[in-house]
Design a protein around this ligand. Structure first.
Ligand SMILES: Cc1ncc(COP(=O)(O)O)c(C=O)c1O
Length: 314
């Protein structure tokens, strides 16, 4: 699929045309993967287009940059305001937002000091990541033969471009073998996460997800799901998950900005529970969509209205 396009991209405080957002091939990021980024969604809501958990995404972006000693001349308020401005300016309705901070063209060599920090914000229309059917029917996944990076190698609490070389291996292998996605284990063989999503299991009525110390990204949807569970009175814990537990639990699901809340109906061709979306996954999914689409009061202050009408009404 060709990359969806919008009119403007925000670069270091100014809007530039989509086609003008170019970097030099010898920019530090190209050889050394030195970028941190985010993926954020803006939804149609009765109050107009609203960005989901914008502050938390921008904070994780700034945290990722901080881990990599990138000095960013913008704070959370600046980047939130710029993001809302971007979505308003492009006026494409519900969309995916991609903030990027990268080390640009400057000095040669691995040492990044001396290469400029470039900040970009882009947005574009984007549909369901694992397909519409996946959300209702569930998806078929495998356990990847690739592990997530070991602790103290590539920091997994940072959402850094370099991490996604590992994610690409997981995803390409899964698809080559006929699965929609792969679940990776950490270097001790415990469940970590998917190539671009956190994983949850449901066992005996309790919802369980691996702690971030199992090389998982501190997902913002993961946090939202845990909050929703507490709101609904569903027990939720962070706990180490051995691989084989995936096969014998009642339900498994992915969550993330891209996949939202997507049920998993089989792992390694082993049917999970009834082989369809489970009842607890559905309760969480229903509450998640009601909140992100503004159909229930925004009790956690998760939505930032952009002040443009919703796509359907435009
Ligand atoms: C590796 C990985 N894990 C988990 C997630 C889910 O995080 P979030 O819910 O913040 O999108 C993502 C997506 O950003 C990811 O790329």
């Amino acid at each position: 699929m060709a990359h969806p396009k919008t009119e403007k991209i925000w670069h270091n405080g100014k809007f530039i045309n989509w086609d003008d957002s170019k970097i030099h091939v010898l920019s530090h990021v190209v050889s050394y993967g030195s970028a941190v980024f985010e993926g954020v969604r803006a939804y149609d809501t009765p109050q107009g287009i609203s960005v989901f958990r914008l502050r938390e995404h921008i904070q994780r972006l700034l945290n990722s940059a901080y881990i990599y000693r990138m000095e960013v001349p913008y704070n959370n308020d600046d980047l939130c305001a710029a993001t809302l401005d971007l979505v308003r300016t492009n006026n494409v309705g519900a969309c995916y937002i991609r903030p990027i901070i990268l080390r640009g063209y400057g000095e040669a060599g691995v040492d990044p000091v001396g290469c400029p920090i470039e900040v970009y914000l882009a947005c574009y229309p984007w549909g369901k990541y694992l397909g519409e059917d996946g959300l209702s029917q569930g998806v078929d996944v495998c356990v990847s033969s690739w592990n997530r990076p070991a602790p103290n190698t590539l920091p997994q609490m940072a959402k850094a471009a370099a991490n996604y070389m590992n994610s690409q291996l997981i995803r390409m292998e899964a698809r080559a073998n006929g699965y929609v996605e792969g679940i990776a284990l950490d270097t001790n063989g415990y469940v970590s996460e998917g190539s671009g999503e956190n994983v949850f299991v449901v066992s005996g009525g309790a919802v369980i997800t691996p702690p971030v110390s199992n090389s998982a990204l501190p997902g913002i949807t993961r946090h939202s799901v845990m909050t929703i569970c507490r709101d609904l009175g569903i027990p939720v814990v962070e706990q180490i998950i051995p691989r084989e537990m995936l096969y014998i639990v009642d339900e498994v699901f992915f969550c993330g900005t891209a996949v939202e809340v997507t049920p998993i109906r089989s792992v390694d061709r082993i049917k999970i529970g009834s082989g369809a979306r489970g009842p607890i996954t559905k309760r969480i999914q229903d509450e998640f969509f009601a909140l992100v689409e503004g159909k229930k009061p925004d009790r956690h202050n998760w939505l930032s209205p952009v002040n443009v009408p919703a796509t359907a009404a435009r």
